[in-house]
Ligand binder design. Sequence first.
Ligand SMILES: Nc1ncnc2c1ncn2[C@@H]1O[C@H](COP(=O)(O)OP(=O)(O)OP(=O)(O)O)[C@@H](O)[C@H]1O
Ligand SMILES: [Mg+2]
Length: 649
Amino acid sequence: MSRIRILPENVANKIAAGEVVERPASVVKEPVENALDAGARSVRVEVEAGGKRLIRVTDDGAGMAHDDALLAFERHATSKLRTADDLLSIATLGFRGEALPSVAAVARLLLETRSAEEGQGTRVEFAGGKLVSVKPAGLPVGTAVSVADIFYCVPARRKFLKSETTELGHIASLVTHYALAHPDKQFLLKTPTQEIILVTPVEGLSERVYQLFGRQALEELVEIPAVSSPVRAAITEPELEPEERAAELGVRGFVSRPEVQRSNRNGIYVFVNRRLVRDRLILHAIHEAYRNIMPPNVFPVVLLFADLPYHEVDVNVHPSKIEVRFRHPQFVHDFTRDAIRQALVRARPVPSFPSAGAPAGAKAPDQAIAARAAADAAGVSGPPRAVIPATLPGEEAGAAEAFHLTGAPLRPEPQRLRFEAGQEIGFAASPEQFAEQFREAASEQLEAVPARASAEGLAELKPLGQVNASFIVAVNAQGLWIIDQHVAHERVLFEQHLQARREGRVNGQRLLVPIVAELSPRQLVIFERIAEELRENGFEVEPIGPRSVAIQAAPAGISSADAERLLTEILDGVERENQAISMETLQAKIAASTSCHAAIKVNMPLDQTKMEWLLAELAKTECPMSCPHGRPIVLRYSVREIEKAFKRT
Ligand SMILES: Nc1ncnc2c1ncn2[C@@H]1O[C@H](COP(=O)(O)OP(=O)(O)OP(=O)(O)O)[C@@H](O)[C@H]1O
Ligand SMILES: [Mg+2]
């Protein structure tokens, strides 16, 4: 007897729902994406009980005709694809025709929709995958999807739902990322008692970042101006076809100053063609861009938008479309890395005193949204504000992690645009007029943002003396500066050493007496592997026994006493990189270790000439803001901050 059976459709739909519907936020995602695909200019998301009780997404997009409203619930029913070839260049967020039937399979769903072509709308109701009713209804053009009681017919799943606060956090994070990708659209997220997010259409990304995260966030970010380049094949790839050569990759966005350090990747938002993705390749490019500017075990905040022709990206590689595959990955990687790096180098951001004092890498629980959601659950309504948690949808991370740029809890800013509780800013009340007022207010406040601190003024610094024979105190027109003399010199030597290495002219210095060093078996293996590179860096090291080597020469500036320590440090450093290490990384590591050992130490008095020389050399470097290990080099106390502290403003 046959054991294999074709599953009935309602069972198949529930299985598909398992992929699409993981939690309330993944339900919100589907109608929001549909709204954007339908050309909506405003997307309104209302949730109750963290989305567990009710989710309602309303849009003013194209809507659906009566017949389509029913067809939409068939599996693989989509208006976004026709042929298999269309799969190779997908321009919409959805394309599989699975979302609506999947959601309808596990909840009660009400679809209300009208297209401009029809005088009257359609109301379709499903419960647990079964069609309950279809009725004509007087409705505005657009679509509203209400989903109630998620998993009410799948109790096993219901148990896995987290607290309301957690689920609301995920939803807020999701709406935030769509709002970032579409500054020209209006987004609203509200609960019965609070507006969590309300952003009106604005010109560009920076205004949107301001709306969502506030002024302080904007000050802590460096803009990556839009840059683009024709796609190039990597050396190892076949030549490009002529039409491929016309393809352009554009990159823009914001990255955090190096002193803004997070303990996880939750502050990294990467969009490819406005789709939020979690892409290892781009994450690696970001990591590379911060190499030798930021310590290796912390993460920046990044809002990165990569745009390229649709046929250059395959979005059909992951069940929840969160991963993509590039046709020319190496090019995308290198171009992204260079765009970020250049933005950081150009901006030369320096920390000011207070922000440098914030604990680096501090884990920031999302106190703001947690508090607000808790208050909400308790029925207390506080002033609404765009407060943003920041886990990537689908990411298994501390769900209550905030999109904090500082590591400090988000504070209500007095100058922040705020909507008072109870103030009704409905969609109905002329959104255009409201948007206009909002834009005016926002631009006034944006102008009040002080010029971002940059290391540009370094060249004019006048040193006054040292604190504790370790830190140089200097002034220029921008304010008062403190420079860590050791790391400053380290940065200077690091860049000089790397440059010399690239040009094949690192000077070695013969030691008066060779130093004999004992190496461990692991160190010996690594020594064999990188002996050639060590020679290029000024070392002369000869094996003289089964486990010992004689150091005859070391890079210039390294004392005999330091030569052995430097060698073992390099060998151990390479060992810790447990994967294959690239030539570039190896060279940077050697340069970083060498410059650290050769640099001026702390507790060393410097005369005026020496201080002036050091500051002048530092000003010439590419990245005067942080040492090769990622520590800050300079702190600035701006004139404005000084005046403020003395209550003169
Ligand atoms: N808000 C909306 N406005 C207009 N049309 C919509 C809306 N939501 C759904 N539709 C229509 O219903 C169809 C089915 O939607 P559904 O989300 O199930 O699939 P999809 O978006 O095509 O693909 P995916 O499963 O990848 O999301 C869409 O292709 C679209 O034509
Ligand atoms: Mg869809």
